[in-house]
Ligand binder design. Structure first.
Ligand SMILES: [Zn+2]
Ligand SMILES: [Zn+2]
Length: 362
């Protein structure tokens, strides 16, 4: 079995200092973290390989042995590598941060809520207060679960380590202690407020900043605002947005389409018309001879991109409105026009369908 050089595994120089080795290991471990690469055998191997390399190079004595004798060196001093993932997480808890860096292990549950936004709030961004019920650490026992005045005691099953070791032939396998569920402590004298669970239900209000440009169905994560957990970090709150439509706009991604009616005369002669934008009404010059369904695009006047700079476009579709009713004078004028055009065999009023046909943008 060829083992790769430990310095090569972590991608550091042979003379690298402790801090450089630690940060190289953290980078490596995060890249191949099993939570990020579920079911990926190769990542798991890389993750274990990096842990082994770090286990040696972060220890002055083992590192010296390795530098002198190669892989056989640390083994001679009794280093056997790690038995498995849990072993790695518990060994390098300082690298992975609280809770061993594994989501879901001791973290509280996630919460989900929906939030209704107006169209304007969604495209411009806003601050919103949301009120919801969540589990928070029990106020009587501060989350310990123990009756005030008493303390949780070290778990007798695992001796406070949170893990139990099982031997299977040569291999020792660490698993989470079933008695304390990995916390290392158990409550003997339970708190009356929470029955030993360490959490209580509470109505909470948080203010969240919603970025400009969110859309129907988008979800925002509010870290640490999910359920509290006894002995671990709280879960997250996920807020899913519902957006009330604005009748003036259709939204396609970050582009907006506004359909603006203009009269036949405006289309023929040209005019300045009011158009809606998300920044308020503005005026648009319509050129003489504008055809029904003409689309004018205002670059960068659509919805702001949530995760990038810039905005989508605003497409203004000019809809020529053909009047359904004419008074006598109008009718006379149109008939004169028709006579000039040589189209004397006009049908009775109302042939709107033709002009209202919409041109699709390609
Ligand atoms: Zn235990
Ligand atoms: Zn309590």
């Amino acid at each position: 079995m060829d083992k790769r050089d430990y310095y090569e595994v972590l991608g550091v120089e042979r003379g690298a200092g402790d801090a450089a080795i630690k940060s190289a290991y953290r980078r490596c471990a995060m890249q191949h973290h099993p939570d990020r690469n579920p079911g990926d055998q190769q990542s798991e191997e890389r993750f274990k390989e990096a842990a082994e390399a770090y286990g040696v190079l972060s220890d002055a004595e083992k590192r010296a042995l390795y530098d002198q004798f190669g892989h056989a060196g640390p083994r001679r001093s009794g280093f056997e590598g790690f038995s498995g993932m849990e072993d790695i997480f518990s060994h390098f808890a300082d690298v992975f941060g609280g809770g061993g860096g594994r989501g879901g292990q001791r973290r509280g549950g996630d919460l989900q809520t929906r939030l209704q936004l107006t169209f304007q709030e969604a495209v411009k961004g806003c601050q919103k207060e949301i009120t919801f019920d969540r589990h928070v650490p029990c106020s009587r026992c501060s989350g310990s679960g123990a009756r005030p005045g008493s303390q949780p005691v070290a778990c007798p099953t695992c001796g406070g380590r949170g893990q139990v070791m099982q031997s299977m032939g040569f291999v020792r396998i660490a698993s989470t202690c079933p008695a304390c569920r990995g916390q290392g402590r158990v409550v003997k004298d339970k708190c009356d407020g929470c029955g030993g669970g360490g959490v209580e239900r509470k109505r909470e209000t948080v203010t969240i900043d919603i970025p400009a440009g969110v859309d129907e169905g988008n979800t925002m994560r509010v870290p640490g605002r999910g359920q509290a957990s006894a002995g671990g970090p709280a879960g997250h709150l996920y807020v899913e947005f519902s957006v009330t439509a604005d009748p003036r706009f259709e939204r396609e991604g970050d582009d907006l389409i506004a359909t603006v009616p203009i009269s036949y005369a405006q289309a023929v002669l040209g005019a300045t018309v009011a158009i809606p934008t998300i920044d308020g009404d503005e005026s648009l010059d319509v050129e003489p001879g504008t055809q029904p369904g003409t689309v004018r695009t205002l670059r960068g006047r659509g919805v702001p991109h949530v995760e990038a700079r810039g905005r989508g476009d605003l497409h203004v579709r000019l809809q020529v409105v053909v009047p359904k009713r004419l008074d006598d004078e109008q009718r006379k004028l149109i008939e004169q026009l028709a006579a000039l055009d040589g189209a004397s065999d006009l049908p009775e009023a109302d042939s709107g369908g033709f002009f209202r046909r919409r041109k699709k943008k390609k």
